[in-house]
Design a binder for this molecule. Structure first.
Ligand code: TRP
Length: 334
């Protein structure tokens, strides 16, 4: 299904990811990238500046996200791995796309509307604190996608609409010139994307502060796991595994056999909460141990990563240049 397709993944550099980010987005993105020979993977640092103005924070979060993907197995020899802001053609393409982007698309774009809704709840003016970068965000994202003749964009639900906007803009341009100038991309929504509950039982989310960290020391990971909500039922009481939050989290990371073992132990009243938490801790540590070492290595030797990002940009740019040329030739009748 993915062979011969161009797949493009963009990530915003925002904060340290937790287990939910890893299982729901990072791991599947890396695995999907292996299924095609044309995988682009970039850090959306232009998108990041809409919300973050501190260069030190921007530098740090970019480093973190780049090192995380490498640590968890992204292969820069296989995937074209680069930084959005290294591709000068992206803002050029964006400018051309603006002329074909109905303003109404931006008004109804999810990211902008969410910001307006937030202002309304806070009884502030609709556009309070909203800059043009946020407002026009989907057009920049369209340039990211269209520049590389992307077929598939793996996304979570919140980004589907943005990919559809990219597709609509490309469709409008192709229709206007009566030929295929831009490849029409499609959102690839992972059907049963793993949603991991957090330590309080709500969806694991940075904004709830209920995450299990990935790249911290054992003691910190342990502390989070041992804070997972339980109840006062004694060990001997047979429990429906689905009523045990630790089990729900375990399911998302353990093998089917391990999951089965925990389910059987809980049902038989042979595993207490301390046991199952230790089992989860072992599973998490097994999954992250090697990655954590690599992560620490790359963070300490960022010059190596910098080199990889530059190599990636050198591979990406000619493709973006070709797209830009097709666009300019068409638009200006050259
Ligand atoms: N908007 C995406 C996010 O918030 C990041 C992103 C920017 C992106 N450009 C993209 C994702 C292009 C996919 C394709 O996560």
């Amino acid at each position: 299904m993915f062979e011969g397709k161009t797949i493009l993944t963009g990530v915003k550099p925002t904060g340290t990811p937790h287990l939910g980010n890893y299982l729901g987005a990072i791991k599947p993105a890396i695995e999907l990238g292996r299924l095609t020979d044309r995988h682009y993977m970039f850090v959306a640092d232009y998108h990041a500046i809409n919300a973050e103005k501190d260069p030190a924070v921007l530098r740090q979060t970019l480093r973190e996200i780049a090192c995380i993907y490498l640590a968890f197995g992204l292969d820069p020899e296989h995937s074209v791995f680069y930084r959005q802001s290294d591709i000068a053609e992206i803002p050029e393409i964006t400018t051309i796309l603006y002329a074909y982007t109905p303003k109404g698309f931006m008004n109804k774009a999810h990211a902008y509307k969410a910001a307006v809704d937030k202002n309304r709840v806070a009884q502030k003016p609709d556009d309070d604190g909203i800059n043009m970068g946020l407002y026009t965000y989907p057009t920049l994202m369209a340039a990211d996608i269209l520049a590389y003749d992307t077929d598939l964009v793996p996304v979570g639900k919140d980004q589907v609409q943005h990919v559809e906007i990219a597709r609509d803009i490309a469709g409008a341009i192709n229709a206007h010139y009566g030929r295929e100038i831009l490849r029409l991309p499609q959102a690839y929504l992972r059907e049963n994307a793993t949603v991991v509950p957090g330590i309080d039982g709500r969806k694991m989310s940075k904004s709830y502060g209920n995450g299990i960290p990935l790249l911290e020391d054992d003691a910190i990971i342990k502390k989070a796991i041992f804070s997972i909500k339980t109840d006062s039922r004694p060990m001997e009481e047979p429990k429906n595994p689905d009523s045990v939050l630790v089990y729900e989290i375990y399911k998302s990371i353990a093998t089917p056999e391990q999951t089965q073992e925990m389910a059987a132990g809980l049902s038989a009243g042979k595993l207490g909460y301390g046991h199952v938490k230790n089992m989860l801790l072992d599973a998490v540590l097994a999954e992250v141990r090697e990655a954590r070492e690599k992560y620490n290595y790359y963070m300490a030797h960022f010059a190596e990563v910098e080199g990889m990002l530059e190599d990636g940009a050198a591979k990406a740019r000619p493709v973006a240049q070709a797209t830009l040329k097709r666009l300019k030739d068409a638009v200006f009748g050259r």
